[in-house]
Design a protein around this ligand. Structure first.
Ligand SMILES: [Zn+2]
Length: 300
């Protein structure tokens, strides 16, 4: 009873015993300011991409088996799609620059720039010191979903990726088909490096088709059954030459659990598509950040 009385359900922490200052409500009433107004980002000609996607020709397709990951390359100026196939299934996506895999997708900055969940028109940005758009989302058949009554939406950049370390911490078991391990094996095979060498390249993901949010009372990360159905897809435009890694998460539709063999899982289908030759030839990939990297004024 004591615990319940002194328990703050909104924070999952013991109640804060510091007394509120007299001007607490005034301090809380400060106006939110958008940290990074998207209109100040380098412009992308979406109409140009819309026109280009009217005439796409399939270059190749591949299937990602359940509880496995595979890598595939996409040339700058091309498109790729991730399809739900046979049943609802969530995918964990990593992106690297093909020329230099040290340049990888940066979910934290992408989230700060575009919000917790991505859809058409949002871009996937690379890590420092590069910080440039690697890809842009050009179609999302789940964009109708929006945000539901639980505050959930699809394609988040708020989760990390299921991994064997957290699974071990929580359940005490060694499970090898978490997205983290799947992506390590896929990257290792694609780049001809050991698992140990591959591991630092695997990073937080775009949770493709996953339906997630933060609970409104305790602000905890939650998942619910993905609304994706076979035939649904999300389409990306590769702004630079990409190496992509995609894992068909062991959580399946993530309606109950992940990091185990319990959930029903399905393959994911990937299509790589080429627009008209003239469009590809004219596409100019964005440059890495031009920040001078001195990190201090030249005079001291
Ligand atoms: Zn996963």
């Amino acid at each position: 009873m004591f615990i319940i009385l002194f328990y703050n359900p909104t924070r999952l922490k013991p109640a804060n015993f510091s007394s509120e200052p007299e001007d607490a409500s005034l301090r809380r009433s400060a106006k939110p300011v958008i940290c990074y107004p998207p209109e100040s980002l380098p412009e992308l000609n979406l109409q140009n991409l819309k026109n280009a996607r009217e005439n796409l020709e399939q270059v190749t397709e591949k299937y990602i088996p359940p509880r496995e990951a595979e890598c595939f390359e996409v040339e700058a100026g091309h498109f790729f799609r991730i399809y739900s196939h046979q049943g609802p299934q969530v995918g964990d996506l990593n992106l690297w620059s093909k020329a230099n895999p040290e340049e990888k997708f940066y979910t934290g900055k992408t989230r700060a720039l575009h919000g917790t969940h991505l859809s058409t028109g949002d871009r996937l940005w690379s890590c420092f010191p590069f910080l440039r758009p690697m890809a842009c989302i050009t179609h999302d058949s789940l964009d109708w979903y929006g945000f539901d009554e639980d505050g959930a939406s699809v394609h988040d950049v708020i989760g990390t990726r299921c991994d064997p370390y957290t699974a071990k911490l929580l359940s005490g078991t060694d499970y090898h088909h978490c997205c983290h391990s799947n992506l390590i094996r896929a990257f290792s095979e694609a780049q001809g490096v050991s698992y140990e060498e591959a591991e630092p390249y695997v990073h937080d993901v775009l949770n493709v088709f996953m339906c997630t949010g933060f609970t409104q009372d305790t602000h905890q990360y939650f998942m619910k059954a993905s609304p994706v159905r076979p035939g649904d897809y999300i389409e990306f435009f590769a702004e630079i030459d990409l190496l992509c890694g995609l894992s068909a998460c062991p959580g399946g539709d993530c309606s109950e659990e992940h990091s185990s063999d319990q959930a029903q899982c399905y393959p994911l289908r990937v299509e790589i598509l080429r627009p008209q030759k003239s469009f590809v030839e004219e596409w100019v990939p964005p440059n890495p950040s031009s920040y001078n990297r001195l990190h201090q004024d030249p005079d001291g």
